[in-house]
Design a protein around this ligand. Structure first.
Ligand SMILES: Nc1ncnc2c1ncn2[C@@H]1O[C@H](COP(=O)(O)OP(=O)(O)OP(=O)(O)O)[C@@H](O)[C@H]1O
Ligand SMILES: [Mg+2]
Length: 477
């Protein structure tokens, strides 16, 4: 039986060849649409494109399991269409995770990529062990020669520094950046301090003029105290001491907002100024730590790279970095792939990061289908960056939205729509879902029993871990 598609799905499946961005909610048929467009491309049903073979399509998703499911669904559809030969060739098709795809490209072009074609790929666990070794070597060497690093490790503990270094290092690489690109926050200069002091002095002078109530006198006093604090900071021999004093004044003196509009305006500008000054001043005590951390990250990076080279392994990040580099520095290679891939598709695109998008763009020529749901982003997992999804959503000429849900019972959809359409709590970007599931549930369900139960837990003030435990206890009850 041929796949029946809803009109909004069919419009994407048979859209003219070109870049398409689909943003749609869970269970709205995103993966189904991707599979159907794959099949339509093989059958020659995409306007403006000729029929292609299964190996001319690149389909990327997040996990091996999802890739296997996509391949199975394409195979099933091709068999139904009588395309047995193409269905058999699916084993050679480019349906995989981004890492699987990168491995395949790097092995094929190992020489151009400067790699030994026998490279192995480290699992997350193996990479973690190498990281630990690299950190220990880097920390040991720096502890002897760098007092700043010694202070950092003494104050924060080796475990915490190791985890900060590894997180920062991975995040940096997932953006395609190197430790040399790290910049520490600028410390406030003397002229910045002078400007803030002058601005506070002006505010202090303004207060007595806007009224004569007690509130205004208090306000004037508070503003003057801030100005003085900054003055002392500028004059003090030990900026650390002065900064701590200044921050205390900023934190303790509350600006009074009661009174005329002038008083309110003045309080507002004083507050903005205090926030800017406070943020920058807070950098002074943090600065040396931050700079030491950057030095540890650089030393760690050097050792981690050396360990991997010595063992002939690449980690997941290398696969992507080296592929992006290969494609960008060898135009012949990327041109060959662009010519070979008639269609490039990415499922679960909300979990893509900037580096992965660079690779996808280098491999596709104006025929990139991305489908995803920013509400299902696995926050920061493998440095996925939902910002990439959102910024592409803003830059594409048109977004296709799928509004129907085929997976859940209408009662469930009704409850979800009711709850999440509350703009006060959830903002205004919720897409209300249409309940489209038709087939009867295989589970017997008494009419009297509700399908949806909302459990509320009072977790105000609790820590995130405690909140999770409270939620689990409530559900288990
Ligand atoms: N037009 C349709 N008619 C009937 N069933 C459909 C239709 N479209 C999708 N479905 C079914 O709805 C379910 C969800 O579809 P699919 O997995 O493609 O959604 P999805 O948007 O990719 O979900 P997720 O957000 O979880 O990845 C599947 O069982 C699919 O077969
Ligand atoms: Mg899906």
């Amino acid at each position: 039986m041929k796949m029946r598609l809803a009109p909004e799905q069919d419009a994407v499946v048979h859209a003219e060849a070109g870049d398409i961005f689909v943003a749609a909610a869970a269970g709205s048929g995103k993966t189904r649409v991707l599979v159907a467009r794959f099949v339509a491309a093989v059958l020659g049903e995409i306007p403006g494109a000729e029929a292609c073979g299964v190996t001319d399509v690149l389909a990327v998703t997040f996990t091996d399991k999802a890739a296997g499911e996509i391949a199975e669904r394409v195979r099933g559809s091709l068999l139904q269409e009588g395309k047995d030969a193409e269905a058999r060739r699916l084993d050679q098709a480019w349906v995989s995770t981004i890492h699987g795809m990168c491995s395949k490209i790097l092995r094929r072009y190992a020489f151009e990529a400067g790699l030994d074609p026998r490279f192995t790929v480290a699992t997350q666990v193996e990479a973690g062990i190498l990281e630990q070794e690299a950190f220990e070597e880097a920390a040991r060497a720096l502890m002897e020669s760098d007092p700043g690093v010694e202070q950092l490790i003494t104050d924060f503990g080796s475990m915490r520094v190791a985890s900060m270094v590894s997180n920062a290092h991975r995040a940096l690489r997932s953006m395609g950046r190197a430790p040399a690109d790290l910049r520490t926050a600028a410390l406030p200069s003397t002229s910045m301090l002078r400007d803030w002091q002058d601005a506070f002095a002006e505010i202090a002078a303004e207060y007595p003029r806007v009224g004569s109530t007690q509130t205004c006198h208090d306000g004037a006093r508070a503003a003057r105290a801030r100005s003085d604090a900054l003055g002392e900071l500028r004059a003090s021999a030990d900026p650390q001491v002065a900064v701590r004093d200044a921050l205390r004044v900023f934190a303790s003196a509350a600006f009074q907002k009661r009174g005329s509009q002038d008083v309110k305006d003045l309080a507002e500008s004083a507050k903005t100024l205090a926030a800017t000054a406070q943020g920058a001043l807070a950098q002074i005590p943090a600065g040396p730590y931050e700079q030491a951390l950057v030095r540890v990250i650089s030393a760690f990076d050097e050792r981690y790279e050396a360990l991997k080279t010595c063992r002939g392994v690449l980690d997941f990040e290398d696969l992507q970095l080296k592929t992006a580099e290969l494609l960008e520095t060898h135009p012949r290679v990327s041109a060959a792939y662009r010519a070979a891939f008639k269609l490039v598709m990415i499922d679960e695109f909300q979990d893509t990061n900037a580096l992965q998008l660079r690779i996808a763009k280098a491999l596709s020529s104006d025929d990139l289908l991305t489908v995803g749901d920013d509400k299902q982003s696995i926050y920061r997992f493998r440095h996925a960056d939902v910002g990439v999804f959102r910024s592409l959503a803003e830059s594409v000429p048109s977004i296709r939205v799928l509004r129907s849900n085929y997976r859940s019972h209408p009662d469930v959809i009704g409850a979800i729509n009711e709850i999440f359409s509350d703009q006060t709590f959830f903002g205004d970007d919720f897409i209300s879902l249409g309940a489209m599931r038709e087939e009867e549930s295989p589970y017997p369900w008494s009419e009297a029993e509700p399908r949806v139960q909302m459990l509320l837990t009072d977790s105000q003030g609790a820590l995130a871990d405690d909140k999770r435990a409270m939620e689990a206890t409530t559900i288990a009850r």
